[in-house]
Design a protein around this ligand. Structure first.
Ligand code: FAD
Length: 402
């Protein structure tokens, strides 16, 4: 580990809370160190040599990409302008839910494969690092309040039997009784409930921590550092911490990916247009403990994600326009009220955290992995399913770059 990285790690671990000021200070320190090294002897590039790959953005996509790239033997630097998990990936939810199984298409097949694979990827990470990811194939409970909904759910149940081809024992079934353990209100389940046992849960922050631990021995992570212009001919990347030698670039900067492409000089007429769609969610603790094997609950755009520590992630709003991207407001209160109507046992729950961020979305709701230059790729647009799709996106991106 170089001296700069050592200092950064000391710095960042000490200032988990209130990191904004501390990271500003860290940025200044990086700058100062860099100035000293350039004036005195070495730039970061000279010190480390040239990296095979720079990954811009330390969210879930960037971290999986770092892992796969270093498995391929590439030397990797991960550049994060704030701190790992500062983007949409560092939230409180972590639902891994399949799309409706009808009509079937390539995107749904990819998502299905990703969902089936994620359990084993997390198991490997956990055994390598000794850190929990919070992964559990909890299944998903969906209330059925009307006859029309029951017809639709029955149709999807048949479509799942046809399209979900796996030996993982996955199914989508419809029951005409009340939900187990009184988890759903009687009025929401007048026509029963549906349950799919493919849906799973992960703790986004724990998963990021495990991924980080898994790549730290081989990947250089630079936090508090913003990527600037990249000269592919000269293999020099300008950053707020100085110049770095870089042969290839992967942009995984979430909702900021289009701006990052511009800053890198990788824009062109058809630059992929990634926008941010705001979402608000909350982390709550019910007054009474919930069953350890509680499934996820999903109805009418609302979802409840029961984590291993007894907390529940609750989400989320979908907002195309907003005044303050990272602040919560009355829309989250409405969602909390809706949750209590669907699950009366949530009355008296404590709200531990309110959280808002921007989901990265491309021109369609599909994740986007696109080459923008011979040695530059962008992987973003995970939108509402980024946590499940991230390994697939990362693998595709790295395959384009090796
Ligand atoms: C409220 C809410 C609930 C959600 N719930 C779920 C869910 O239950 N399940 C699910 O699968 N998905 C969910 N999502 C979506 C999911 O979080 C995203 O799709 C996913 O995290 C995107 O990951 P990413 O790595 O592409 O981007 P991000 O996590 O945003 O990471 C991008 C990183 O790049 C950094 N960066 C930006 N610009 C630069 C630059 N110029 N230089 C260096 N670094 C830069 C940022 O600081 C950030 O850390 C939710 C999102 C929200 C907002």
């Amino acid at each position: 580990m170089n001296f700069l990285m050592f200092l950064r790690r000391m710095f960042v671990t000490r200032i988990e809370k209130g990191h904004e000021t501390a990271l500003d200070a860290w940025g200044a320190l990086c700058g100062a160190l860099h100035t000293r090294t350039t004036e005195g002897r070495q730039t970061i590039a000279e010190k480390n040599g040239t990296f095979d790959l720079a990954i811009i953005g330390g969210g879930i996509v960037g971290l999986w990409a770092a892992r796969f790239a270093s498995e391929q033997g590439l030397s990797v630097i991960l550049i994060e302008r704030d701190h790992i998990g500062a983007g949409a990936s560092g939230g409180v939810l972590g639902a891994l839910m399949p799309h409706q199984p009808h009509p079937w298409n390539l995107k749904k097949q990819k998502q299905f494969d990703a969902l089936v694979e994620l359990g084993s990827l997390c198991a490997v990470l956990e055994s390598e690092t000794g850190l929990a990811t919070g992964y559990r194939r909890a299944g998903r409970l969906m209330p059925i309040a009307t006859e029309e909904q029951r017809e639709r759910q029955t149709h999807w149940s048949g479509a799942a039997a046809q399209n979900w081809r796996s030996d993982a024992g996955v199914a989508w079934r419809v029951e005409q009784t009340e939900a187990p353990d009184g988890l759903l209100s009687a009025s929401a389940t007048r026509f029963g409930y549906a349950f799919d046992n493919l849906s799973a849960i992960v703790s986004p922050r724990k998963l990021l921590a495990a991924l980080r631990a898994s790549v730290e021995p081989s990947v250089t992570i630079l936090e508090g550092c913003e990527a600037g212009q990249w000269s592919s001919a000269g293999e020099v990347l300008k950053t707020s911490s100085g110049e770095i030698g870089v042969k290839r670039i992967l942009v995984s900067a979430g909702a900021n990916s289009t701006s990052a492409l511009h800053a890198l000089g990788l824009d062109r007429t058809a630059t992929p247009h990634i926008v941010g769609i705001k979402g608000q969610g909350a982390l709550i603790r019910p007054a009474d403990p919930v069953p350890e094997d509680m499934p996820m609950i999903y109805g009418d755009g609302l979802y409840l994600v029961p984590h291993a520590d007894g907390t529940i992630g609750l989400g989320s709003t979908t907002e195309k326009s907003w005044q303050h991207a990272f602040e919560t407001d009355g829309k989250l209160d409405e969602l909390l009220g809706k949750a209590k109507t669907l699950c009366p046992w949530l009355e008296g729950a404590t709200v531990l955290e309110r959280w808002a961020h921007l989901r990265p979305k491309g021109p369609t709701a599909n994740p986007l992995v696109e080459r923008v230059r011979e040695y530059a790729v962008v992987a973003s647009g995970g939108y509402k399913t980024g946590l499940a799709f991230a390994p697939t996106m990362a693998r595709e991106a790295i395959a384009m770059l090796v």
